[in-house]
Design a protein around this ligand. Sequence first.
Ligand SMILES: NC(=O)c1ccc[n+]([C@@H]2O[C@H](COP(=O)([O-])OP(=O)(O)OC[C@H]3O[C@@H](n4cnc5c(N)ncnc54)[C@H](O)[C@@H]3O)[C@@H](O)[C@H]2O)c1
Length: 438
Amino acid sequence: MNIVVIGTGYVGLVTGTALAEVGHLVTCVDLDAEKVARLRNGKSPIYEPRLEELIRHNILKGRLAFETELESAVKEDSVIFIAVGTPQSADGAANLDYILAAACDIAPFVREETIVVTKSTVPVGTNDLVADTIALACGTRPMMVSNPEFLREGSAVHDTFYGDRIVIGTEHEKAASVMRAIFEPFTVPIFETDIRSAEMIKYAANAFLATKISFINEMANVCEWKNADIEAVSIGIGMDKRIGSQFLQAGIGYGGSCFPKDTKALIAMARAEGKNLPLLDTVEAVNAVRYEKVLEQLLTIHHDLSGKKIAVLGLAFKPNTDDMRDAPSIKIIAKLLDAGARVVAYDPVATKEARPLLPGSVALHDEIESALFDAEAAIIVTEWYEVKQLDLMALKTAMRVPVVIDGRNCMDQNQMKEAGIIYRSIGRNNHDRIPVLR
Ligand SMILES: NC(=O)c1ccc[n+]([C@@H]2O[C@H](COP(=O)([O-])OP(=O)(O)OC[C@H]3O[C@@H](n4cnc5c(N)ncnc54)[C@H](O)[C@@H]3O)[C@@H](O)[C@H]2O)c1
């Protein structure tokens, strides 16, 4: 099948590449000429495990191409996917400028039978707006499909091939049957519904996951006050199938390009109807201050940070990605600098993305050892494999004062204790008994 994907960000590029991998003929279009030039040379502009290898493979097979102009990409029978950004506006609502610009770009190529698929996360009713925009521009209304994306950055390729579900929302049986054919090779369950419910499923899913994170973080606070252990509590409640064991890791809260903006967009959607979503307001409020947790912990050990060298371990909002959008590291570093600390930071892949977002005084390291050298404390912000695998004796030797604040609960408390490291984490007690599942 001929497929055009508009936008080569995390979603468009992974989707386009995966569709090529299963045999479709895909052209990805992006306004960013530099990105397109890199992609044509088989270089991925983002870090995502396995992605670059698949891009190269499919270019060589002649199934994947990159263009800056739709004109060179669209064929008579192309199915057109929109995967452009929907960033947060100043009032929290989703900014639809890129979506509507893409709709105008598509209009000259739309025929009676054209199928336009929205992969971007868009507020309920946006697909109708896209169809109206196209119809106004060219006189023809395409068959619209809402096909929200559920991939997770850091495992985006895996998630595309082995996702939990593919949601197809459309009012056109012909479009639904083409979508079934496109996604048939993925052997992922397909759920078909109406277009507005499909749009809403994406927001409801992200809002629920964000709620789970704020919930477990609030429970971690109670564990700290009462000397209980949040990891034992997570396991204990997660064994209840109604609750489920995933997304119950206490820490410094959610960040990234989706949860913060999508939760705010959902709140804005309600506000536009003159309504409130008090539960999500609270989820947001809990998360907004969560990053301060590591600073509170640090201040229990070093009462004055001025002039102290503090190493921030991990900059990306989660491991296996270089995405810095809404990364807690940015706010943590700002607070450390405000307190007079000298900040150095380590990330195995995100330093290039992070550089423009951080003050010049923050030294960025690609090597963890050099970041730790002479530091008086290290704060784990992203649970990279490289951080979890740290040689604790080498860490202790490199640091001036061996203090580790673990914002992701990714280190073994007993090993830290044995290594003589002053260690604090989130909601975990100091009991020697660690949770055991028999
Ligand atoms: N990143 C994720 O993990 C994720 C997961 C699920 C859903 N989503 C949603 O998917 C959408 C895309 O997210 P992303 O992270 O891939 O965005 P992104 O910002 O990484 O990429 C968007 C790309 O679209 C290009 N673009 C914008 N307007 C264009 C146009 N008119 N023509 C051609 N190219 C254009 C930009 O140059 C950019 O390369 C958003 O709505 C997002 O909420 C993202």
